[in-house]
Ligand binder design. Structure first.
Ligand code: SF4
Ligand code: SF4
Length: 290
């Protein structure tokens, strides 16, 4: 089963929830996949050992000027403006290239070959029953989606998988959560939190994903999020109080369930509930197909 932890907005405490959720699973293997590749920080809490690192690369075109006739076809077909054909040169803008391979396929002179370009790294490690994989996008890279796809290739679907999704509601989040069985949306009880929660809920409906909400820093703001969830019949899975001790522990890389061990049972209850929801959904799908 794959459970994603997402939030419409950065800084809501998504990693606090995802890491404690993973740590609450005992005696079974867990894969923790950190897809927040622009700012992976879950390793600070999960502390994996024996880290292995590999380069993450994408293919980009390289032009052989001895073969190129500067006909301009590659520039014409590139939807992402990653090629600029001049009178006697072809400029490649690798940061814009989406590695579709179209230009090398269509070049009439076979003047384009594809070469590797590093966009980041994939790091892997293990601690107890948790296997961790996370991507780290190189500074200045504009496109996290290819790296998120590479990180997700490590998922073994029969495992318990927790995905820490990037914040927001755009392509990187959709790429991270689209294969999940269930999604936990973490929000905070403020007007900003509510606004971004509504956007994230819209994404869940669009993707037809079952989801529930965890309110972090409960007590700091207003009741707008709770009212919205009640009106929309959205399950509030947990409320984590707004407490200095939790913030201090976070700043020291101490997971919530290590600070407050009683939260282990609460996260386990959430996991049991999610298993039931996912099984019910799978059963009703089977019934419909019969
Ligand atoms: S399509 Fe091929 S030959 Fe034409 S400009 Fe591009 S690289 Fe050169
Ligand atoms: S591989 Fe695709 S995206 Fe990249 S430069 Fe060629 S046509 Fe453009």
């Amino acid at each position: 089963m794959i459970i994603s932890v997402a939030s419409g907005k950065g800084g809501t405490g998504k990693t606090t929830i995802s890491t404690s959720l993973a740590l609450s699973i005992e005696e079974e293997p867990v894969q923790f996949i950190d897809c927040d590749v622009e700012e992976p920080n879950s390793f600070i809490f999960l502390k994996p050992n024996n880290l292995k690192k590999k380069s993450a690369t994408v293919l980009v075109p390289e032009i052989d000027k001895n073969k190129c006739t500067f006909c301009g076809l590659c520039q014409e077909i590139c939807e992402y403006n990653a090629l600029v054909v001049l009178k006697d040169n072809v400029l490649v803008l690798p940061e814009l290239c989406h590695s579709c391979g179209g230009c090398s396929l269509l070049c009439p002179e076979k003047a384009i070959s594809e070469v590797d370009r590093e966009v980041g790294t994939i790091e892997m490690g293990k601690r107890n029953n948790i296997e961790m994989v996370y991507g780290r996008l190189n500074i200045g890279e504009a496109m996290p989606v290819p790296l998120i796809k590479m990180v997700k290739k490590y998922i073994r679907k029969n495992n318990n998988v927790i995905i820490d999704a990037p914040p927001g509601t755009s392509c990187p989040v959709i790429e991270a959560v689209k294969d999940s069985d269930y999604c936990i949306l973490v929000t905070e009880p403020t007007p900003f939190g509510l606004n971004d929660l509504k956007l994230a809920v819209g994404v869940m409906h669009e993707l037809n994903k079952p989801f529930g909400v965890i309110i972090n820093r409960h007590g700091m703001g207003d009741i707008g999020v709770e009212e919205y969830c009640r009106e929309e019949k959205i399950e509030i899975l947990m409320k984590v109080p707004f407490e200095k001790e939790i913030a201090v522990a976070y700043s020291k890389g101490i997971p919530l369930i290590e600070l407050y061990p009683e939260y282990k049972r609460k996260f386990q209850n959430i996991l049991n509930m999610i298993v039931n929801i996912v099984e019910k959904k799978a059963n009703s799908k089977i019934m419909q197909e019969r």
